[in-house]
Write a protein that binds this ligand. Sequence first.
Ligand code: FPP
Length: 258
Amino acid sequence: MQSTLSAFDNFTVQSEQPTGLHVAIIMDGNGRWAARRNLPRVAGHRAGVAAVKRIVEHAPLVGVGCLTVYAFSSDNWRRPSTEVQSIFWLLRAFLRLERAKLRQAGVRLEVIGRRDRIPKLLLREINQAIAATAGGTQLLLRVAIDYSSRDAIMSAALGVSRSFLHERLHGASLRDLLAQELAAESGEVDLLIRTGGEKRLSDFLLWECAYAELWFTDRMWPDFEPGDLDAALGEFRQRERRFGGVPMASTPAAVGGA
Ligand code: FPP
C-alpha cells in the first residue's frame, strides 16, 4: 500500500526484502572529527562520504543485505544553510560519481524521507541513481534524507486511516493495515550502530528498531572502518535475541518438560 501523503512517500516502489542482515547506521561525529583537525565542518562530511563508500563495499561481504544510513535528518534543517547546502552537494556528488560503481557492485539504492523539500538537482540525481541501480541484488543501500521517523509513522497512520475511511476497506483491521504500511516502508532493523559517542536514536527508524540490537562506539564516523563493522557484527552474533521470549535454555523442552 502506498502512503497517501506524497511528501513522505518512499522514492521507489518497494520490491522484495533482501536476504541478509539489516544494519542501520547513525553516522555521527563528522563535525568533531573536522574540529579536532582544525578543518571546516564540511571536511568532516567529505571524510564521512569516504567512510560510507568503504562500508558499502564491505557490508555485502559480511552478511549485510540491507544498509540504512542516516545522511540528513529533518532536524538537520536547523543547521546553518551553508552546511546544509554542502551536505546536499556532497550527496549529489556521491550519487553522480558512484552510480556506475554501485550498479556494478550489485547495490540497489533507495532513499527514504520527505521528498518535497529536497533541492531539485539532488532529487534528479537521486531518481537517476535509483533507476540505474534498480537491478542490484547484493545490497540494498537505503539513504535517509530529510528523514524523521515520527513523521514517517504519523504519515503512515494518516494515510491508512484515510484509506480506511474513504475506501471502506472492509475486513481489514486498521492495525493490520498500519503494520503493513510501516513494514513496506522498511523492514525490521537487526543491528543499529551509532558512532560519535552519543547513545540515542535521534528520531531514526523508531518503529523498525523495536527489537534491534544497539551498538555504540566513540569512534567518529569518518574514522569508521570495515573492521569496526566486523566488530559490531561479531558482538551482534554473540547476543541472544529473544524478542520478548525466554532464553532457549529455560524453555520446558530444554529442561525436560513437555
Ligand atoms: C553527523 O555528524 C553527520 C551528518 C549530519 C551528515 C552525514 C552525512 C554524510 C556522511 C554525507 C554522506 C552520506 C552518504 C550516504 C554519501 P555531525 O555533523 O552531527 O557531527 P558532530 O556531532 O561531530 O557535530
